[in-house]
Design a protein around this ligand. Structure first.
Ligand SMILES: Nc1ncnc2c1ncn2[C@@H]1O[C@H](COP(=O)(O)OP(=O)(O)O)[C@@H](O)[C@H]1O
Ligand SMILES: [Mg+2]
Length: 315
């Protein structure tokens, strides 16, 4: 058993730039959450696993035409390293197996860049990312085969714009990552694709092309596809930003179910404060750094009707 201290880890003093969500568990006074010996909170009702994403002073600079460079990520750490001066743990702890983390912040602050670096589709220029024990640093960018394998097996991506292949049916889109991995027979792939489409509520749409599906349906196909190879981490960049309120809530509730039932770790980028209630932790990104974090004691789904009414009343 880990020793338990009772340090307060929920902060009430988040800036006004991050308005409180509607009806969310994060609303109201800060309260204390028990922490383990590493300073990581003990979530009531949810057991989180080992650290799976560890960031150490992650930096990303883009070289512009003409030779100038722009610093986009300016030293992001999510780690248990202690301060060498006083031995205190770093403020932001690693992402743990089964955790649902939201990355919030205004446009242009580096959220997508961070997501892409964690998901091994972009490389860092300084510091390191440890993803399931695999170290991604500036040197790792060379071993494209390792990175491609990591992406295919461990990571499920969901993007704002769905990015389904337009010439393939829903079923074929979901089957594709399994065919690329090449570990299942045709029969097993078919059964799994059907199971995943049923899980997202689209068992009667499997032969439809993306153009024959609504936005919400397309995003549910994209979620089913992202789960094809049973990833341990889902990365969701503004995955509900293009959906109407009811579909947003439906997709968020689906993601919460996947997170709780399948214990898939989730990192989701959003600018929507109302979605904070779905997360275990919210990291606020500003100017390439983590500005603050907030811990949500209990993940809570929104009610679609009530949320739509709330937004309508809010204007
Ligand atoms: N390939 C690139 N080359 C140069 N600058 C980039 C590139 N990609 C992103 N940036 C810059 O990095 C900053 C952060 O971008 P991004 O990570 O997309 O922010 P966010 O997702 O928070 O809106 C922006 O100022 C953007 O212009
Ligand atoms: Mg972005």
């Amino acid at each position: 058993m880990a020793a338990v201290s009772a340090a307060p880890v929920i902060r009430a003093d988040l800036s006004e730039a991050h308005p409180r969500p509607s009806g969310a568990a994060t609303e109201g006074e800060a309260h204390e959450v028990e922490t383990d010996r590493h300073g990581m909170p003990i979530h009531p009702g949810k057991t989180l696993g080992e650290p799976v994403v560890v960031l150490k002073d992650v930096r990303k600079a883009y070289l512009l035409d003409g030779g100038a460079s722009v610093d986009v990520l300016k030293g992001i750490s999510l780690s248990l390293d202690t301060d060498p001066r006083d031995g205190t743990p770093s403020e932001f702890y690693p992402i743990r197996e089964g955790e649902f983390v939201l990355l919030r912040g205004a446009s242009g602050q580096g959220k997508t860049t961070l997501c892409n670096c964690i998901g091994a589709i972009d490389s860092v220029t300084g510091g390191s990312i440890e993803l399931f024990g695999e170290v991604l640093d500036a040197k790792a960018a060379d071993s494209e085969r390792t990175l491609a394998d990591l992406r295919l097996r461990k990571i499920g991506w969901v993007f704002q714009s769905f990015q389904l292949l337009g010439a393939l049916s829903a079923f074929e889109n979901v089957e594709l990552p399994m065919s690329v991995l090449g570990e299942l027979s045709k029969q097993e792939r078919t059964a799994r694709a059907k199971m995943l489409l049923a899980m997202v509520g689209l068992e009667d749409r499997i032969s439809h092309l993306p153009s024959e599906l609504s936005g919400g349906e397309q995003q549910r196909v994209a979620i089913a596809r992202s789960l094809a190879n049973a990833p341990r981490l889902m990365l969701l960049d503004e995955a509900v930003a293009d959906l109407d309120t009811r579909n947003q809530v439906a997709v968020m509730n689906l993601l919460l179910r996947i997170n709780l039932e399948r214990k898939v770790t989730m990192i989701m980028v959003t600018h929507d404060p109302h979605l904070e209630c779905y997360a275990d932790r919210i990291l606020y990104i500003r100017d390439g750094r983590i500005e603050a974090q907030q811990i949500n004691a209990k993940q809570t789904p929104l009610d679609a009707e009530a949320h739509a009414a709330f937004l309508a009343a809010e204007g």
